[in-house]
Design a protein around this ligand. Structure first.
Ligand SMILES: [Zn+2]
Length: 149
């Protein structure tokens, strides 16, 4: 059984007018959003590693930190080599987009700058601009088989 890595008191610095995109990714309560012309800051009482990875994929220029009292500690959100069951493939013909196929989308990080992913099933490249919040709506995911015992 895998455990979900969680962080508390996370601060995310984003380009101006992009904080709303983070709200769509989490149901977390107590989110603190500050906006200014130079950028948005989102404070999350709690965030999973998956959530931070989604923000990193949507906004490659995002900066992460953990609040420790009055100090902040930089948090590096590393891109894994493979991104599995986190986002959908934008290709509607991809096998992972078919509701009856028990395949969870999996992507390879082809390049970090500019960010480019490649679907391991259909081979489609997903450039930075192709990663949109709707790809994180997990409605098409088939949950992994669960033991009933
Ligand atoms: Zn695909």
């Amino acid at each position: 059984m895998s455990t979900v890595k969680k962080y508390t008191d996370v601060i995310i610095r984003l380009p101006a007018d992009t904080a709303r995109s983070v709200l769509g990714l989490t149901k977390s309560k107590g989110i603190d959003i500050r906006t200014s012309d130079s950028g948005d800051t989102v404070g999350l009482p709690e965030a999973t590693e998956g959530l931070l990875l989604k923000v990193r994929l949507l906004h490659p220029q995002a900066r992460f930190a953990i609040r420790k009292g009055r100090r902040e500690e930089k948090l590096e959100v590393e891109l894994p080599e493979k991104i599995a069951a986190l986002m959908n493939c934008p290709n509607p013909s991809c096998v992972t987009s078919q509701p009856k196929e028990p395949a969870a989308p999996e992507f390879k990080v082809v390049r970090e700058e500019p960010l480019t992913l490649q679907c391991l099933y259909c081979g489609r490249y997903v450039p930075k601009g192709g990663i949109t919040p709707d790809l994180f709506e997990v409605t098409r995911f088939i949950p992994p088989a669960k033991s009933t015992f």
